[in-house]
Design a protein around this ligand. Structure first.
Ligand code: FAD
Ligand code: N01
Length: 525
């Protein structure tokens, strides 16, 4: 059993598969567990899903012994949690760190995978499980002249482990996604000057971080199992007061305003599910977007800057919304400036800094908060070859296709955890991970019990599922944005809405039904 990755997916897989009595080996490129929380150490990095929900719930004792200090835990605490879980379940003895999986070739006769580590070492494994993360490979964005720049360049996604002292520095940051929106207020508070290079503004709502709210904590304490179950049984994998019965089209302006304001005051993602039609109806969505635009104007003193920070090219929720602590107010600081790259694009890096079409900016440090080759990036960077030597890149040339986001036709005994075609990044990932790990483990146990050598998706099941994923996305406004969900942030990447937009609850029911029907749609030999 070979697992690639030792983030929260790989860690739970090790534990679960060991419980089945299977021999497990995980391979991790980093030097420790934690995945996302091991790599992304930029200032301000924290979850934007409430920590009491963004936790494992497979072990009641673990649940009780770990107490989160804040509603949205910081990266350091998330990494400490990952480390605690690794110690508690003795996971590290099954993980080989500092090692990258570079290739995996299915061996037809032997019915196993031949897996290459680094440049030459090989291992064999009957099952090959990709727990490689949806947001683990940074984009390889580059700029002319970047190699001539004499200052320091740092990516948010591989932040130096010993931190960075920005005191007295002139700092530039490229990007205004979640990573930038979390780090900008913190860097601005330290640096002499911070220049933000924005190509496209994003919607961001306030975190209102602090201790876990008392009513929420009381509900969790009264029934932690029930609390976790309720999160898992919701479309987002966290409790967000999803209103499937309340429509903007039939509400009065006063009702809409009151509801949006109430949710804004709670903070986080709460405003994402205020009305059932905001994600599917352009007019309804515009009302929510206008409400947020007004909130941006209220926070930013300079109306020109506020206007530049207001998204106009995509409906709210169609790119992953950001959650911030003081992001917009940061632009009221004397030492922060916003450069709109639509008005003055970056032409090149120079020895001293960055040159746009009208100005040269000298910087001591430039931060690239330029995002990830999401969902397929880490998988396609491995030379994976299935039946007949067909590569995963060939199979996914027109965008990722698979069955349930878990199995790919022609790639036997290969599973993807929170891969494309599953709810994954549209949900609280901890719950999406637990659901996938449990389904995969049960499937492997089923194979063992029936003495079968392999499982893979049938072409028909894969086709039907991929069509369902496309059709579900098409009901929503999601495909309208140039988002990483669509692969639009990577030049040449096929445009296909990658996650499954049907909700974690609906998806879990489908997966359970498939399993109950003897893994319907799978070829088991
Ligand atoms: P990862 O944590 O990405 O771990 C994958 C691991 O696989 C990595 O350690 C990587 O080094 C390793 N790996 C990949 N390829 C190879 C290879 N070829 N060989 C060896 N090792 C390899 N989700 C939420 O639900 N809520 C949040 O608030 C949230 N916040 C986030 C904040 C940031 C900054 C980012 C980047 C993501 C966030 N996410 C959030 C998504 C987050 O990725 C998931 O919640 C979760 O941590 C994913 O766990 P994972 O184990 O599946 O993947
Ligand atoms: O990346 P992004 P991220 N020139 O892709 C810009 C999760 N996450 O790391 O939109 C100039 O969102 C790009 O501009 P544009 C979360 O799922 C969660 O911030 O392409 N700019 C954009 O502004 C999130 O969605 C948290 O026009 C360039 C930015 O870089 C996902 O990870 C925190 C450029 C990239 O934004 C990714 O977030 C962090 C170029 N050549 C991450 N190329 C939480 O809060 C790119 N950009 C929990």
């Amino acid at each position: 059993m070979l697992i690639v990755g030792a983030g929260f997916s790989g860690m739970y897989l090790i534990n679960r598969l060991r419980e089945l009595g299977l021999s497990v080996q995980a391979i991790e490129a980093g030097s420790n567990v934690g995945g996302t929380w091991y790599w992304n150490r930029y200032p301000g990095a924290r979850v934007d899903t409430q920590s009491i929900e963004y936790s494992y719930s497979f072990d009641p004792d673990l649940e009780q012994e770990w107490v989160w200090s804040e509603r949205y835990a910081p990266q350091s605490e998330l990494l400490a949690y990952a480390s605690h879980v690794a110690d508690r379940f003795d996971l590290r003895r099954s993980i080989r760190f500092h090692t990258r999986v570079t290739a995996a070739h299915w061996q037809e006769a032997a019915e196993h995978w031949l897996v290459t580590l680094g440049s030459s070492e090989t291992l064999t494994a009957r099952h090959f499980i990709l727990a490689t993360g949806c947001l683990s490979v940074p984009t390889d964005v580059t700029f002319p002249g970047i190699e001539d720049y004499h200052g320091r360049i740092i990516r948010t996604s591989s932040w130096p482990r010993d931190g960075v002292d920005f005191a007295g520095q002139r700092v530039g940051i490229i990007g205004t996604g979640s990573s930038a929106i979390q780090s900008i207020p913190e860097i601005a508070a330290q640096a002499a000057h911070l220049t933000v290079f924005q190509r496209t503004p994003n919607f961001s709502t306030p975190a209102h971080n602090g201790p876990v709210p008392e009513d929420e904590m009381a509900r969790w304490k009264a029934d932690p199992r029930g609390y976790a179950a309720a999160s898992k049984a919701s479309p987002y994998g966290f409790q967000n007061e999803v209103r499937e019965d309340k429509f903007i089209s039939s509400a009065t302006p006063e009702e809409i305003e009151a509801e949006l304001e109430r949710r804004w005051q709670i903070g986080g993602f709460r405003i994402l599910s205020a009305f059932a039609d905001q994600g599917i109806d352009e007019h309804a969505n515009k009302i929510v977007a206008d409400f947020i635009a007004r909130k941006i104007r209220e926070q930013v003193k300079d109306p020109v800057v506020a206007d530049k920070l207001t998204p106009k090219d995509h409906p709210f929720g169609t790119k992953r919304p950001c959650v911030d602590t003081g992001y917009y107010a940061t632009y009221n600081r004397e030492n922060v400036s916003l450069i709109d790259l639509r008005e003055s694009p970056i032409e090149a890096f120079t020895v001293k800094g960055i040159k746009t079409s009208d100005t040269e900016f000298p910087f001591d440090t430039v931060i690239l908060a330029t995002g990830f080759d999401a969902m397929t990036g880490a998988i396609e960077r491995i030379d994976i070859r299935g039946r007949g030597g067909r590569t995963i890149k060939e199979a996914w040339a027109a965008g990722p296709v698979n069955y349930l986001g878990l199995l790919v036709a022609g790639f036997p005994n290969m599973f993807t955890i929170t891969g494309p075609g599953s709810p994954s990044v549209l949900t609280n990932m901890l719950n999406a991970i637990e659901q996938h790990v449990e389904w995969v483990s049960d499937c492997i146990a089923h194979l063992a019990a029936s003495q079968a050598g392999s499982v893979e998706a049938s072409e028909q099941a894969q086709h039907a599922w991929s069509l369902h994923v496309d059709q579900t996305a098409a009901i929503t406004l999601m495909p309208r944005a140039n988002s990483w969900y669509m692969g639009a942030n990577i030049p040449g990447k096929p445009r296909r809405f990658m996650p499954y937009a049907g909700g974690l609850n609906v998806y879990t029911d489908i997966c359970n039904t498939v399993a109950a029907k003897g893994y319907e749609g799978c070829i088991i030999r």
